[in-house]
Design a protein around this ligand. Structure first.
Ligand SMILES: Nc1ncnc2c1ncn2[C@@H]1O[C@H](COP(=O)(O)OP(=O)(O)O)[C@@H](O)[C@H]1O
Ligand SMILES: [Mg+2]
Length: 268
């Protein structure tokens, strides 16, 4: 176990003074398939961790588990699974801490997700109780919690509960008809009393150069943020190296987009 100074488990000890404007909280990142949910979640978490903020990044997608694809397995400490947390009758703060994967290159970043080869049937069934407890207890584990959701909330309990329980939801959409059609089919599922539509922020994601701003708003309506396409990000995804620094000039607009989201959502 990695109880490192200033790391996830030593917050509130006086080492880390949070500035007044820093809000923290739980952010769920959701949207249509392949819209860039994992990219935005990972880059936001990386941005906060580089600013020495304790971040817990939860990969809720059990259909295509992202954890094995974001960095080399040798950069992660421990072989722990989200499945072991959800298999418990009750989810406690300690259980989460025991099943975190630590990122060796930055003490401020910890992750939870399914391991390579696992799926939802690898573990006993869980329901809304465990999902809600996981999110509630995650707030005790780290001041900044980012949940990378799966798209299919009709069958993905953890992602559906994350949308309900998060303080803020980023709803990612690409500027194409398939993405728009997907969201219009999913949104009716959320129209009940518990879903607070005001907490969602629409993000035009992976915006290509030919998709001019005027065109995007014409197709998507008003968006809160735009995250441009970056070839460097694309390469990092292909190489399974998504926590690497974005050094190229062409990634500047992407970095600015992530920074803007972090400022508005987390105050950092
Ligand atoms: N801003 C971006 N710049 C470049 N490529 C992107 C960007 N966002 C997404 N992609 C590409 O789209 C793919 C799918 O993104 P991902 O985050 O895995 O989608 P999701 O999690 O929504 O299914 C990535 O592997 C990458 O190639
Ligand atoms: Mg994903």
């Amino acid at each position: 176990m990695n109880f490192k100074q200033n790391s996830l488990f030593t917050r509130n000890t006086g080492y880390e003074e949070e500035p007044m404007e820093s809000q923290g909280g739980v952010l769920a990142v959701w949207g249509s398939p392949s819209s860039g949910k994992t990219v935005v979640s990972v880059k936001l978490a990386d941005y906060l961790a580089r600013k020495r903020k304790n971040v817990l990044l939860i990969f809720a997608d059990m259909t295509a588990p992202p954890l094995p694809c974001i960095c080399a397995s040798s950069d992660l400490e421990g072989e722990k699974s989200l499945g072991s947390i959800l298999a418990a009758t009750h989810v406690t703060e300690n259980l989460i801490k025991k099943n975190c994967m630590f990122y060796r290159k930055n003490d401020y970043l910890s992750m939870i997700g399914m391991l390579k080869g696992e799926n939802v049937f690898t573990y006993p069934p869980y329901d809304q109780t465990q999902a809600a407890e996981l999110i509630e207890q995650a707030r005790e584990v780290a001041p900044y919690v980012i949940i990378d959701c799966g798209s299919t909330i009709a069958s993905d309990v953890l992602s559906a509960v994350a949308l309900m329980e998060a303080d803020t939801v980023l709803r990612l959409v690409n500027c194409d008809l398939k993405s728009i059609s997907y969201l219009s089919s999913q949104l009716p599922l959320l129209r009940d009393n518990k879903w607070d539509a005001d907490k969602q922020l629409k993000v035009a994601s992976n915006v290509k150069q030919q998709e001019a701003s005027s065109h995007i708003e014409q197709v998507l309506g008003k968006v809160a943020f735009q995250i441009p396409h970056s070839r460097e990000v694309e390469t990092q995804c292909l190489e399974g190296d998504m926590l690497a620094e974005l050094g190229l000039k062409e990634s500047r607009a992407f970095r600015k987009g992530i920074e803007k989201i972090s400022k508005e959502v987390f105050g950092v």
